[in-house]
Design a protein. Sequence first.
Length: 908
Amino acid sequence: MQKYNPQEIENKWQKIWKKSGIYKTKDLAEKPKFYALDMFPYPSGEGLHVGHTKGYTATDAVSRMKMMQGFNILHPMGWDAFGLPAENYAIKNKIHPRISTEKNIAVFKKQLEKIGFIYDWDREINTTDPEFYKWTQWIFLKMFEKGLAYESDEPVNWCPSCKTVLANEDLENGACERCSTQVVQKKMKQWVLKMTVYADRLLYDLDKKDLEWEELIKEQQRNWIGRSEGAVVKFKVQISKFKVEVQSLKLENNYIEVFTTRLDTIFGCAYCVVAPEHLLVENYKLQITNYKEVEKYIIQARNKTEMERTALAKEKTGVELKGIKAINPFTNEEVSVWVADYVLGSYGTGAVMAVPAHDERDFEFAKKYDLPIKKSIIPPALSEMPQSVNDVLASSGGHLDNSIRIKINCFTEDGELINSGKYTGLISRKAREEMIKWLEEKKIGKRKVNYKMRDWVFSRQRYWGEPFPLVFCPACKKQAESLKFKVKSEKLAENFKNTTNYKLQTTNYSLGEILNPGWIAVSGKDLPVRLPDVESYEPTGTGESPLANIKEWVNVKCPKCGGAAKRETNTMPQWAGSSWYYLRYIDPKNKKVLVDKDKEKSWMPVDLYVGGAEHATRHLLYARFWHKFLYDIGVVSVREPFKKLYHVGLILAPDGRKMSKRWGNVINPDDVIREFGADSFRLYEMFMGPFSQAVSWNTKGAVGMRRFLERIWQLNVKCQMSNVNSNPNDKIQNSNKLERLVHQTIKKVTEDIEEFKFNTAISALMILANEFERQEKTPKDYYEKFLIILAPFAPHIAEELWSFFAKAADDKSPENKNKYQESIFEQSWPKYDPRLVSEEEIELVIQINGKVKDRIKAAADISEDEAKKLALESEKIKKAIDGKGVKKVIFVKGRIINLVIKFIKFIK
RNA sequence: GGCUCAGUGGUGGAAUUGGCAUACACGCGACACUUAAAAUGUCGUGUCCUUACGGACUUGUGGGUUCGACUCCCACCUGAGCCACCA
């Protein structure tokens, strides 16, 4: 037998697998299905690194095991190929992104093949392929039709360096996630998807039993959605008596609406604060006596970046709006009104009631501007606390030390109401209920649920993305506007499910077209709207997309009225294609529908999804949102797309830093494979540590795996030479013990792969291999089973060694010959015998007072009495007891006997 | 500041329900093979005391519960990730 030469056999088997096609997925098969999905990569110019392949190796191992367990596998791969890097590369090198992307894909694909993954390449998809993005556009059109996509004119995040708007999900500490440039708020017309309509379902479905996601990811999504229940309260605006001449204000502007989750503290409200963006200042321009000063503050605040506004240790600033007051509806007290940038314009109503006694931020602000601090809640247990925080401050000489801080902070919890009129004495929760009831009766407030999550800003001013299937028609605009008043837009849009037939009943405009007058959907039969070629990909920087310059593309006829119209020239964000791609693998070549209904039903949901945790609040949220929408319109049959989700832990460079071209510490899988072989590489990636944990790459790590495989190679010779099978009558030494170990290993490896504990699965394989080596003769059938359970991790060597049996079996029985001429992956996964999993003989541990003193060999089912007898016979134990009486005996069957000789206070 | 998770040899890490701490591997040391080196093999390898036999200590720190704690409880320290003036 020749030496183990991984490169040679890996190459060989990769070719054979490709040719034989045993991994090709069969649709609507009899077997149970298993859909194993990897987050598809962005084909960058740098190629794959070892971080990508860690997740892929895991799904590949699971898929191979499932295949041998008799499942029909869907294990596809594709390319998330729209996005900025390709476009920036194009700008720099004057190469069309399609060309460079194609080249990168070829490199990626080759790299993946070298590792021996069993993707069904017949199902390969590419988000930039018009046949794919046709359906991305189609989903957008459906959302538009249902009123879920709308054109907004609100301020949005603008990245001055990438020259495009960004969604909230694309920010990292107020900076562009991609280039770290501080974003600025800019008022621009943008397409926005009403993700907030789905907020509650996105939140509550996380806790459904059949969603087997790690808590880490679920928690991130919960935080991101940021649901809080509270109330909106109207504070009447009162104008100072000196300046009553202007009364031209509309009635609805006569209130400040504040959002609060702590309505129970409203009797402690000392003032109101509005965000700099709030319309109040503009509306009361003439009544605010210090308008100049206020305006100056607002301009300053607007010029601050998000970072500066939310900086950690920043001192709060603000200006009082002199000349106006607000009336607390519960107390009828006048309170002052302030503008301050610690209140966010984009959350809630952009205005808050300030309760300095029970909110740390308000407290800080009130102290600085000397505003009243009035308590209205006490913790039930601390009712003897001073009545006012001012008392606390007074008694400490105004100095705020930590202990006082703690006392004040503890007031912010729910408690018992004081100084709160008829609500005094109620506990917080009860008080909130009563107060909301009162507000609703008086029509000066209502219950309100708020979300941190925003609607998804969905357009980008860049070239390399999906074009919107929309045109703007001035003639239709007038028509639609005349219809718009008939539609109570918000209501209809939120209940869009009931509006499906709206179009048929009233007009030939869809809800989206009425809500966004002038915007007309491209007809479904005209999809895809192809991305045109351009001379220059350079973003204009003006907020217009590079597509706007292509007159012959932009100018079209309106599909509704035939009049002159213009295409939407923004493109979709990179996340569009990945929000539904997993459905297309099921039916990648279907020209008629996004996915065939029967096929969808047979494959969904995805059974296993693996990818980076960085996608927790973007891709995974977007995909769930789109999926729920597709469920609502009947395209898919399940509510959640991904049943089981594991996140892959980061692989850090040997120096402990993140792998990056910048540091020059990137490990390329090709190099590792060249040195050690793909099987060693795969094993090492799985052996490094717990799957979800970040670990540093150790350059020498794969050495141990290579040694392991070399030993297995040698074992093969030993088995072939001996050519014995296990048999109760065989006189192989310790065969019973070895058999038990084989069964234990099968159990361990099977369960560990299922639970993504690959490191311990591999360690179990090593233990068995070590034991085989110690045997004089290793039975061939044990070795066969070992090869099968090794195969998910090291498929090439397993297949090669399996094929040796074929040669050896040449002159044996015909059925054996057939078996060995099949691929190892056509064999069935071994089952373990539960009776053989437990040990027959154990080392019984003898403890004195819980400390190990001796170990004796004993039968696994030894009784307590017998164990005690044996224990007391031990010399070491006799010495340790030293004549003292045994007070108590604790016996754990099959494990331990503990003799207690010290004094025990209470014997139960 | 909030939430989530983690802290075990020189290194990556194991350890069912509270029941033998350090599995498996890397590294290191000694030896064998070799002219030599690499590769490979054998043995050893938590720390301290002891020539040895053997003993003491040991899972971030301090306390608690228990016959018995890496595991449970309390307090603290350190690190990672996510969110962060979200009212």
